[in-house]
Design a protein around this ligand. Sequence first.
Ligand SMILES: [Zn+2]
Length: 295
Amino acid sequence: MLVGGVELGGTKIRVGRGTPDGRIGESETFATEGPDKSFARIVGYFRRGSPIAAIGIGAFGPVAIGRDDPDYGRLRGTPKPGWRDFDIGAAMAVLGVPLLLDTDVNVAGRAEAALGALRGADCGVYLTVGTGIGGALILNGRPAPGASHPEMGHVALVRAPADDFPSVCPYHRDCAEGLASGPAIRRRFGASLDLLPADHPGHALIAGYLGQLLAGIVSIAAPRRIVLGGGVAKAAGLHARVREVLARSLNGYAIYPEVEAPGFVVPPALGDDTGLAGALLIAGEETGRSETRVG
Ligand SMILES: [Zn+2]
């Protein structure tokens, strides 16, 4: 049996088919356009080729993810132009298969918990730094329940001295996403972090903000490990710089053995497959459920 997966990102979309345990068989990637065009391509992909039993989607948020929420599958107040209130469930209904939806980071966190760096952790965090900043709190393999999904990227940070950069977040002056996401970095420096010279002060500034964010997460959730992924996190040396700032920010307090281990802040073990593998996994859970019901 095959299931489908969609990784709906702010910059690109990856669609694919694979097995319910998260193994990717085939996939395609294309640039994110407006919602109508993007979903026409997604639906077109699944209409071609082998049939699938269910589709899982990891979507950027904010998005309604409670299955008993009448708005399930609808994007909420996203700052992305044209996407506000877009109904993903309605756009995919034409395919006639069950649709499972969660945030991109919850889905990626599940994949890392099932197959990657968070395996065996009773409490772990998956944080992505790219077009936006988002985090998932994963407890025993599943995203922590709650009234909505966490918005870790919108925690307010203390600005570096003399940093008067206008936040790119339309909601907050000093949040992590507004100060240190991919779009903030490009507006600050005219280039992405990985393209700046090794001695550019931008590396320390961005690592400073991300380390501060991680210190907050450690103080609140005490995770065993933090997976730091996304396009910005691919810049050489970033993980090491963030670990240094994290240690400095905690200043000896709230330290437990895992925090001091070199493997506390790591890249995703599944690399670029994390999001799509997680989308297949949530679709796979649904097929498992329906098989149980039928049996
Ligand atoms: Zn914000």
